[in-house]
Design a binder for this molecule. Structure first.
Ligand SMILES: [Mg+2]
Length: 185
């Protein structure tokens, strides 16, 4: 699609912990592998290094990304958004050990949305390089090389509720309420 002007309807949507329930799936995989609970403490969004190292082993397993369950209401909400005129792109940062993660993210989108939707996937470690009106993302403060073009809408998770900047941002607490945040077209 070619526009002479910026398309005002582009919405970028993160995958992990925004539409795909990595948190739940990782906790299950972690306790299965290590016989202990995944600790809930995080340091500024990231897990402590020793936990992160163990967790990465779980995340790198074949089928980990493919089998991850969607977050409740996410698929339905995105199909509704699409139907109501928003141009959706999935904007996702892969594991650096990408071997299973990246193709399985494509396969996951195909499984839940259909193959056409795999054309809407943007894989990047720096989401500030991507343009759009909104970025819906659970990360409390997505940063990169540029001042973001998009407005960040926080997808609510327990670990992103703290911090001074969080109060001023719009927030989606549950996908079924997406219209109350994206209503001002
Ligand atoms: Mg995320």
């Amino acid at each position: 699609m070619i526009h002479n002007e910026d398309n005002p309807n582009v919405v970028l949507i993160d995958m992990d912990n925004t539409i795909a329930d990595l948190e739940k799936w990782a906790a299950a995989g972690y306790s299965l592998r290590y016989g202990k609970e995944l600790p809930i403490e995080r340091l500024d969004f990231e897990f402590p290094p020793e936990i992160d190292k163990e967790l990465k082993v779980v995340l790198k397993q074949p089928r980990f990304y493919y089998d991850m369950p969607p977050i409740e209401g996410a698929v339905e909400a995105i199909l509704e958004m699409h139907k109501e005129g928003w141009d959706i792109f999935f904007c996702t940062s892969p594991l650096s050990d990408y071997e299973h993660c990246v193709p399985e993210k494509y396969a996951w989108i195909e499984k839940h949305f259909g193959r056409e939707w795999t054309k809407k996937i943007i894989v990047t470690k720096d989401k500030t390089l991507v343009r759009g009106r909104y970025l819906i993302d659970d990360h409390p403060s997505p940063r990169g090389n540029f001042k973001p073009h998009w407005t960040h809408i926080v997808f609510d998770q327990s670990y992103n509720r703290q911090g001074s900047t969080q109060n001023s941002k719009k927030r989606i607490r549950e996908w079924k309420h997406w219209r109350s945040v994206l209503s001002n077209k």
